[in-house]
Design a binder for this molecule. Structure first.
Ligand SMILES: CC(C)(COP(=O)([O-])OP(=O)([O-])OC[C@H]1O[C@@H](n2cnc3c(N)ncnc32)[C@H](O)[C@@H]1OP(=O)([O-])[O-])[C@@H](O)C(=O)NCCC(=O)NCCSC(=O)C[C@@](C)(O)CC(=O)[O-]
Length: 303
């Protein structure tokens, strides 16, 4: 078995991580978090979401955040865009990568973006065309690949169908998301093996939530298939407002510790990510959900 020698870790904490927080987080805190993550060496940070503030109030500061972050040349700052209104705001804010987000589950699509899968693809068509005309990267995200909080099982045929549709819209990268963290490694291995037949392996990513504590094992299973892009969230922040009970994304610190142990290059400074995790956890007034982050912080405190 040969693992990739290098992986790209996409930091999604400032968006996926914070979108579900009940208390409004001041824009300055989000900006400071993005800046610390930039300094830590992430090449791709999901920093904003131009969705309806009535649906996700926490993301209402996205324009402010994008305007004030200290951008490092070469780093991709991504934003979620559900429709043309979102795309126009993201273009005005200078996002580098536009993320259209659909689902493999009809029920989730309705709850999350208020339309069917087919309607969402039609809505994304103009978004994709304009994003490309503007020279932006386009990423597609597929929620509920391994299970849905509303309809339960999701068939692989639905996943492949949405993957084909996103591919045909011109997505540069496609995310395979375990929205509610129910997947286990054998299933992940089988699904990823099927999906790499349908889309270039180096442009498919694994987006795992850690609700059932399986995310690292699922990343390991994806590495076995050869997947080399993973999403994670500093301090394990997160959850989806339309997936009740789902906890955060796999913690960035834990993923980095795993990659370090496997000898896989990430280009990211784990110590700086631990600092960023402690910073945001202090602000939120709770302990970080990262095992590695807490262990490293405790070791530092003891020495
Ligand atoms: C898609 C809509 C807008 C449809 O929502 P809708 O209510 O059907 O849309 P609408 O077009 O009828 O508009 C309703 C109101 O929203 C406004 N509006 C409309 N669009 C925008 C926009 N872009 N930005 C700002 N405002 C907007 C629009 O102007 C109008 O305002 P009003 O006239 O009532 O004052 C809504 O359902 C929505 O915003 N959903 C977003 C839900 C969301 O963000 N979920 C979390 C992200 S997905 C996720 O976390 C999963 C992922 C990606 O991480 C992967 C995984 O783990 O699964």
């Amino acid at each position: 078995m040969t693992f990739p020698s290098k992986v790209k870790i996409v930091e999604v904490g400032p968006r996926d991580g914070l979108q579900n927080e009940k208390e409004t987080i001041p824009a300055e805190v989000k900006i400071a978090l993005v800046d610390q993550l930039t300094q830590a060496g992430f090449a791709n940070i999901e920093a904003a979401s131009f969705v309806s503030p009535k649906w996700v109030p926490q993301m209402a500061t996205s324009t402010e955040v994008m305007a004030a972050i200290q951008r490092k040349p070469g780093v991709i700052y991504s934003a979620l865009v559900p429709n043309m209104k979102g795309l126009e705001a993201a273009l005005a804010a200078g996002a580098d990568e536009m993320v259209i987000f659909g689902a493999a589950s009809e029920a989730f699509s309705q709850k999350n973006i208020n339309c069917s899968i087919a309607e969402s693809i039609e809505r994304f068509r103009d978004v994709a065309t304009l994003a490309k005309q503007e020279g932006k990267r386009l990423r597609g995200s597929i929620s509920c690949v391994f299970g849905c909080p509303y309809q339960g099982e999701v068939g692989i045929d639905s996943v492949v169908d949405v993957l084909h549709r996103l591919r045909d819209l011109g997505c540069d990268e496609i995310d395979i998301a375990d929205t509610i963290g129910v997947a286990t490694p054998n299933k992940v291995h089988a699904v990823m093996q099927r999906l790499v037949q349908e889309f270039p392996i180096d442009r498919l990513s694994g987006h795992f939530h850690d609700t059932y504590g399986q995310a690292l094992a699922n990343i390991y299973a994806s590495l076995e298939v050869g997947i080399s892009i993973y999403h994670s969230s500093v301090a394990g922040l997160g959850g989806c407002p339309y997936a009740k009970g789902a906890t955060g994304n796999v913690a960035s610190e834990d993923v980095l510790y795993l990659m370090q142990g496997l000898g896989i290059e990430t280009g990211i400074d784990l110590d700086k990510v631990v600092d960023a995790g402690q910073f945001i956890s202090r602000h939120l007034g709770r302990k970080s959900a990262s095992h590695a982050g807490n262990a490293i912080a405790a070791k530092r405190a003891a020495s």
